[in-house]
Design a protein around this ligand. Sequence first.
Ligand code: SAM
Length: 268
Amino acid sequence: MRIDIVTIFPDYFGPVGADGRVGDAGPLGVSLIGKAGVRGDIDFRVHDLRAWATDVHHTVDDTPFGGGPGMVMKPDVWGDALDSVLAAAQATAAPAPAAPARLVVPTPSGAPFTQELAASYAAESHLVFACGRYEGIDSRVVAEARTRLPVDEVSIGDYVLAGGEAAVAVIVEAVCRLLPGVLGNEQSHSDDSFGGTGGAMSGLLEGPVYTRPRTWRGLEVPDVLLSGHHKAIARWQRDEALRRTAAARPDLIRRLATRGDGLDKRDR
Ligand code: SAM
């Protein structure tokens, strides 16, 4: 998979080389995702938006039409940046045709980013992220991009960040851990909260987890987990997942209840 990120703060993602490749620090360079980058499973490229600003001050923003506070990111700079990033991906892929790209624009006014969306992005070959700042990007950038490639505006939650970089770090991490070979154990995807697709935990939050020592500060690991009875353990895990989901996210239980196979007879 190829991931291009356009930002006015490339350093946010760690040390970036002249070719846009990221070094072994920062959110793209460490842990399992960093290793996937080193293996070549993910080709991360980070680009400084100011490289496409044509004035001496490398200006990327201007005052909003219609008035109001703050500044808006300029469409001409963004348009040139996206043209160039998409063309560079084509050139790198040649002689094979470049994989079709999907543009992802983080914004608080976008559709909620979910585990389902993460899974669909993990099936893409090329994602391009456009990090907004100030009051956001001139709306014509998304409108124009939509005429030539798939574009998603996505929100990572009902709050407002200062810029798109943190949102992109969240989305990229959620997507990349779903790529084959990134996690040691693929089973952990389906056991994750939100992660199950038709399995026992489908649509539920994950229940509590424990490890050694068996007794810690007077607190015991539940006996059933030490019993060796796989069926009893599976039932306990589902009960705990249901309990936790009902307490923290009753909306998810309501959704399961309307699904034909969502809740079984023994669910309380
Ligand atoms: N004026 C915009 C609004 O009210 O919708 C907020 C702009 S925000 C200060 C600047 C940038 O941060 C946005 O363009 C976007 O890239 C990013 N951002 C802020 N909150 C976000 C969120 N919840 N999800 C995704 N991106 C967000």
